[in-house]
Write a protein that binds this ligand. Structure first.
Ligand SMILES: *Cc1c(COP(=O)(O)O)cnc(C)c1O
Length: 367
């Protein structure tokens, strides 16, 4: 079905097209100049020393877990309210995810509950900055320091977000971004790993390129590696988009404000809250409605051309997670409650104030 208002839609400009076309005409389709430029500009944006482009956010998360030496006997504290790959990247290395429930306001890890999840096996904390805003980083940094835990940031939904003025992606030993077509900045498939550690960066470059060290010219594979490289067309698109990141984020903020103004007084709707000390980078616009009415609202919106969807389901209740770990309903009640009430509304660059007004009018009629 074609929706008049889809959930997401990438904004591709003439400049973007020209950048990709230039790559196609150059004949250098992988590991070229655009990759280098994209990485360097991205490190600048996140105020980090190093950035490594990778084939997806999931690949970046996997490499971060692997490069930090997390393995079979380790536990990693993380959030059950996230996209699946913040957890699967831990499982790829046979480590154990240890979930901590989230807070009502931002849907991020509840800082008050983190410390009690630390055990003698805890090796790292994989924090997710969900929907475009960071977790409460003061407590997270303190807990990591107290227990000597490595910090990985899943910043895949939060390019451009800040906490106390510091960019998402600049807090952890490693941080990961993603550029899937529904994200704020898109490359098609693609991701980025930022870090301030020269050693970790070098290892990530090695692992993404079949285990070949960064300056290796021969077919020598120092370690077991992967093909997690980003192709040059994607790097060109990402670099081109990055030139407009400030204005793209401002526009997203504007659309979120239109939604917020139109929805704040509507009964039975809870609009997104921005936590203290944060700049929100607005990956999606997610409201909460009473769980019992959600299904019908989504169906009826869909029938008039407005795509809407529950966002996100909790990770611990996914079939393979229940089977592997025996999780059941009620294990992380706040995350489950949120997951039963959320609806993501159409949210993308190019959405006009009138569009938001019509979508909200339709929604109000259903409430
Ligand atoms: C998008 C996303 C990822 C990575 O997704 P890819 O499709 O592999 O690029 C990881 N974590 C979160 C929270 C995400 O939203």
């Amino acid at each position: 079905m074609m929706y008049k208002y889809p959930l997401a839609r990438p904004m591709i400009t003439k400049e973007d097209e020209q950048a990709v076309l230039a790559v196609l005409r150059s004949g250098v389709l992988s590991m070229g100049e655009y990759q280098r430029r994209f990485e360097s500009a991205f490190a600048d944006l996140t105020k980090t020393r190093y950035a490594a482009a990778v084939s997806s956010g999931t690949a970046g998360l996997h490499l971060s877990v692997k490069a930090l030496g997390i393995g079979p006997h380790d536990e990693v504290i993380t959030s059950p309210f996230s996209f699946i790959s913040s957890t699967t990247s831990i499982l790829f290395e046979n480590a154990t995810p240890r979930f901590v429930d989230v807070e009502e306001e931002t849907f991020n890890l509840d800082p008050a509950k983190i410390e009690s999840a630390v055990t003698t096996r805890t090796k790292a904390l994989l924090v997710v900055h969900i929907f475009g805003q960071t977790a409460e980083m003061d407590t997270i940094l303190r807990v990591c320091k107290t227990y000597s835990l490595a910090l990985i940031e899943d910043a895949c939904e939060s390019v451009g977000a800040t906490y106390r003025g510091r960019p998402a992606g600049s807090f952890g030993e490693a941080a990961v971004f993603a550029f899937y077509p529904n994200k704020q900045l898109v490359t098609g498939e693609g991701g980025m790993v930022t870090t301030n550690s020269k050693q970790l960066h070098s290892l990530i470059l090695t692992l993404r390129n079949q285990g070949r060290r960064p300056n290796e010219t021969e077919m020598k594979h120092a370690v077991l590696g992967y093909n997690y490289r980003l192709d040059e067309m994607s790097a060109a698109l990402g670099y081109s988009q990055l030139q407009r990141i400030t204005s793209m984020l401002t526009q997203r903020e504007q659309i979120a404000r239109w939604y917020g103004d139109a929805l704040q007084a509507v009964p039975n709707v809870r609009i997104p809250q921005v936590g203290a000390h944060r700049r929100h980078s607005w990956f999606v616009y997610v409201i909460r409605v009473p769980a019992t009415r959600r299904k019908r609202i989504i169906e009826e919106l869909g029938s008039v051309g407005v795509q809407a969807r529950p966002y996100l389901p909790v990770i611990h209740l996914q079939p393979f997670m229940r089977q592997k770990f025996g999780y059941k309903k009620g294990d992380f009640p706040i995350a489950e409650q949120i997951a039963s009430e959320t609806i993501a509304l159409p949210f993308y660059l190019g959405l006009k104030k009138d569009d938001v007004t019509s979508i909200v009018r339709l929604l109000k009629r259903l409430l």
